[in-house]
Design a protein around this ligand. Structure first.
Ligand code: BT5
Length: 329
């Protein structure tokens, strides 16, 4: 109902009377008044003029269901099952719980803040309140579990396209899961799998995007490695618009992958890769490897050529790129 009231108010340039709203929505004027107060509590600026009606002045940039759904052009994702929270431990943890309970593909979980946001290998993902997008989605692809690393590539390609669609920036992908702008990390992807030997039960992917943090807000340890869309562009960016674009573009990439296979995604990934062709240092377990990143194979593994021209297939690890002065960053 709130969705409907907002639509009527935003379609109208002028005040809309309580009577008209109640007629269009099929509920009493008192009920309208209650919904309006509720919307005001959520951060909508709505002027009420006695005997004249209501007028929408400003929408909040909050990750509210009403805001996300208004103008979400996915075919399925988030349309029916969209859960928004003020605060969670981790949206991935919650989405995994929902998936285990049987929630369908395309279920979206978003939070304003994560208290225990996760990166890979038990690392921490800093997720301050109201500054970024901390979102997870349930997938149930009919693929072999061994193919699931390909999903991270699908997500990264969708993410790059989403940012390019709505903002004047060129983001790049660093193998395997980082989205960078000017070689600094603006977003990270975490893909978690539940499977039997031959069947995927579900995949939950989570993406964290730094949107409106100022540089000084990042912890000092990775201030020179991290960035936000605001820091790059010099102005605040609508988190709702970024989230909508992400869901739309990633859903398109995912459906294309399911219908047409991995090759198209892989080609697009390579076109947007920051890693390929670069001198890299790879840390895996406790080993270190230096060489040139020459390719990514069909399994999503990075192929690195060392100084003796030996090729190494990297399944998982952390990659640093050689920057100015030969230092790896
Ligand atoms: C990632 O891990 O990049 C995956 C991040 C996924 C976060 C999303 S948010 C929604 C969903 N729910 C979750 O709980 N997680 C997902 P990794 O490649 O391991 O990178 C982690 C490292 O990045 C940390 O060890 C820090 O050095 C750095 N880092 C932490 N927070 C950051 C931030 N906000 N921006 C940039 N770098 C960050």
């Amino acid at each position: 109902m709130k969705q409907k009231i907002l639509k009527i108010l935003s379609d109208s340039k002028d005040y809309v009377s309580g009577e008209k709203l109640s007629e269009l929505c099929g509920i009493s004027r008192t009920a309208i008044w209650k919904h309006i107060n509720n919307l005001k509590d959520e951060g909508y600026e709505i002027h009420s003029q006695p005997r004249i009606g209501y007028r929408l002045i400003k929408r909040p940039d909050a990750l509210l269901k009403t805001e996300i759904l208004a103008g979400l052009h996915t075919s399925k994702w988030g349309k029916e099952f969209l859960y928004t929270f003020e605060e969670v431990d981790s949206t991935n943890n919650l989405a995994k719980k929902f998936a285990a309970e049987g929630q369908p593909e395309g279920t979206v979980v978003v939070a304003e803040q994560q208290l225990q946001g996760k990166g890979r290998l038990g690392r921490t993902w800093i997720s301050p309140k109201g500054k970024g997008i901390w979102v997870s989605v349930i997938l149930r692809p009919n693929i072999l579990p061994t193919k699931s690393p390909q999903i991270t590539f699908v997500l990264a390609v969708g993410m790059i396209k989403a940012l390019r669609k709505i903002l004047p920036i060129k983001a790049k992908i660093k193998w395997p899961n980082d989205i960078l702008i000017n070689k600094q990390k603006v977003a990270g992807i975490l893909t978690e799998l539940s499977a039997e030997i031959e069947r995927v039960n579900y995949i939950v992917f989570g993406i964290g995007v730094n949107v409106n943090q100022d540089k000084e807000e990042f912890p000092i340890e990775f201030r020179d490695k991290a960035t936000s869309l605001k820091s790059v562009l010099g102005y605040e960016v609508s988190r709702v618009k970024v989230l909508q674009a992400m869901l739309e573009e990633i859903e398109i990439s995912y459906n294309q992958y399911l219908e047409q296979g991995f090759q198209i995604v892989l080609d697009e990934w390579k076109d947007n890769s920051l890693t390929l062709g670069q001198q890299v240092e790879v840390i895996m377990d406790n080993q270190k490897l230096e060489g040139q990143a020459v390719d990514v194979d069909q399994d999503g593994c990075l192929i690195v050529k060392d100084k003796n021209n030996c090729l190494h297939k990297i399944i998982a690890g952390d990659v640093s790129l050689r920057g100015h002065g030969g230092k790896y960053v």
